[in-house]
Design a protein around this ligand. Sequence first.
Ligand code: CP
Length: 326
Amino acid sequence: MQTDLRGRDLIGDLDFSKEEVETILDVAWDLKRKRALGEPHAYLRDKTLAMLFFFSSTRTRGSFESGMAQLGGHAAFIESRTTQISHGDTEKELGEIFGRYFDGIAIRHVDMGIGNRYLNLVAEASRVPVLNMQCEIYHPHQCLADLMTIMEKKGRNLRRRKMVVSWAYASSYLKPMSVPQSLILQMPRFGMDVVLAHPPEFKLMPDIMEQAREQARKYGAGFEVTDNMEEAFKDADVVYAKSWGPLMTTQDPDEGKQIQDKYKDWITDARKMALAKEDAIYMHPLPADRDVEVTSEVMDGPNSVVFDEAENRLHAQKAVMALTMR
Ligand code: CP
């Protein structure tokens, strides 16, 4: 068990080794049990977290903010537009100054080609951990909650379990690629056979794909890519189907929407779920476009674990904060 995570950043999913991720999960389950029993667990008394948002959020803000309070500390919600960032405060100022005010800096910045760089530059200038609340490449805290949820439902040994990471149609906006990218990087390390399904225009970043293949080789797990959603669902233990923008093809919102609209039949419905194993779980990080991306019948049905998954954001993030910010 690797226990010394003090001072560490979590920006990319592979920043922590598999053994370190296992430590985070152990601590997350302990914190979940303590909260269920009403046992105090103020491991971060008097500590503070800056939460800097460049993009909207429901779950991420709520779970980080509540998690810090439950750990005995305080989280400051800082919306980037209310700061002096547009008037000259650079990543260096943010890292240097917030690093002196706070014990951790959490950032959400999903702009293509900008967000991940921003986080890394703040981290370079900061004396305290920088935690990624989602950038355009990774969503590591979502992925830790996903892994925790899968283990709760399918057992800790996930070897040879089939997980489909599928694109799904949504009409609301071009969603970031960070969730599927985090999943294909992390899940092979835990032995899952990952099948990635998407229409041709929805490829993920080439270097992430290469790293995912490398993780699958290293850990003896399967990793396949298909453009057939139904084929991918066959005999799956875990169905994780969500939308993302065709951002490797175009970053123009109108052109992207035209491409997306060709694939309206990529909806997760009961017929497709029936192709997976009978006890397959349906996962989605939320928000989902109800009855567009997934039918309400599936999302509210017996195979759906979306609310347990959302809850686990709280426990997984508390574990990361307690281990890195103490
Ligand atoms: N899943 C997730 O990150 O949700 P929010 O965008 O609401 O934070």
